[in-house]
Design a protein. Sequence first.
Length: 479
Amino acid sequence: MKDSNHKPESNNNDIKYVNLYETDNKIYTRKIKGFYQALRRYTGIPLILGFVLLPWINLGDRPAVWFDLPERQFHILSVTFWPQDFMLLAWLLIIAAFLLFTVTVLLGRVWCGFTCPQTVWTLIYIAVEHFFEGDRNKRIKLDSQPWGVEKILRKGAKHTVWLLIAFITGLTFIGYFVPVKELSVGLIPYFDKEHGMLTLDAHPAAIFWVFFFTAITYLNAGWLREQVCKFMCPYARFQSVMYDEDTLAVHYDAARGENRGPRKANQDYKAQGLGDCIDCSWCVQVCPVDIDIRDGLQYECINCGLCVDACNQVMDKMDYPRGLIRFTSDDELKTGKTRFIRPRLFGYLAGVIIMMAAFTTALWVRQPLSVDVLRDRSTQMYRIVRGNVRNVYTVKINNMSETPHTYRIKVSGDAPYELKRYRSVVVNSGEVFSIPVQVMVKKEALPSAKNKIIFTVQSKEDNAVTATETSSFIGPTKK
Ligand code: SF4
Ligand code: SF4
């Protein structure tokens, strides 16, 4: 690896030495107002409010959304998901992925520009930065001046607010796993007289994860920012394969803009061979990932539209038509038309519709009850009592509903089985109840040594709530 400062002695001008570990330049984004800047705010605010407020909303005596890991139950509104429902979660993730693909084919990386948590949190952090340190030029000046009272106060206030936002984010995120009200109270330190020290009531694991996510938020939104999008996010790496020539993305209209260059007002710039771009670099100064969209579509571009707002302002000032930088497609720039109806888009859309239909059906037919039957292997395979063959089983009933249920058990299958000493059982919400049962059948009624037996468990309160499980009934070998 060559040092970037090393001057090669070769006379061959084609050889260039590149330092692969180039340091990243700090980005001082210019504040901009416009349609897309407002749109980002209006998509970001409801998402943040939803994220922050949801854990505080209760449904009955529990949070409306609660991922209860110790009990292995996910409560989402009135539905409780169990590990048995893992397939539904898998469906949901596949649907989300296909939705993202569909949107990317149609509108490029709008998810990144408008709704991704990394973008939304960075937007808040930049707003705080603007508030305490001013716009681009003031921040550049502040950073270059020596430390003094003003710099310490401005930077101190910014970092304090950043840390506060990060802490609220960490607390809220863990509030989806631990009831947020108890967690918040548990994080208030108090003096423990018995041990003579300050202490917290929250579980140590909860405290660790709250502070872990506080640190991650502070680092990601405050310091790493665009580097997460450029170097860490896997979506940034593969989204380009979903683009086609009709994908709407932020483009610079080079045919209109070139040749770029400064000009005097009211000058016939076209006569001088100039295009509409005055080379003011505003589009670069507002870009949160520090790229020049005039160099063409780049994988770093998150389609946030801020350069569109910036350039439109410049066009307004120059009295030129807007849209030198705009959301458009390659095809539109070349031929004047974008094809919205295209096979790739319909393929992804069909995938989303089919999977959503499958998911809705699975959710619709999902029973809030599961049954497991184990043949009792600690006793003899079977016993014969007064001409009857007897097998013993353990039936496990899992009530996955929100209310207690009384369940009846029935048996059916290859022979006229009978349950002995059986009583119906009451199982509380969320409880797994195990009941040992004996099944008898007349020896001569058994068709073979190994027979099929079906256990049906049904709720007395709601006959539609039913689950079945198949097992084997073992008898003597037929001669
Ligand atoms: S903002 Fe518009 S006019 Fe200014 S440099 Fe960018 S493309 Fe050219
Ligand atoms: S080039 Fe424009 S749309 Fe792309 S990230 Fe930069 S400002 Fe946003």
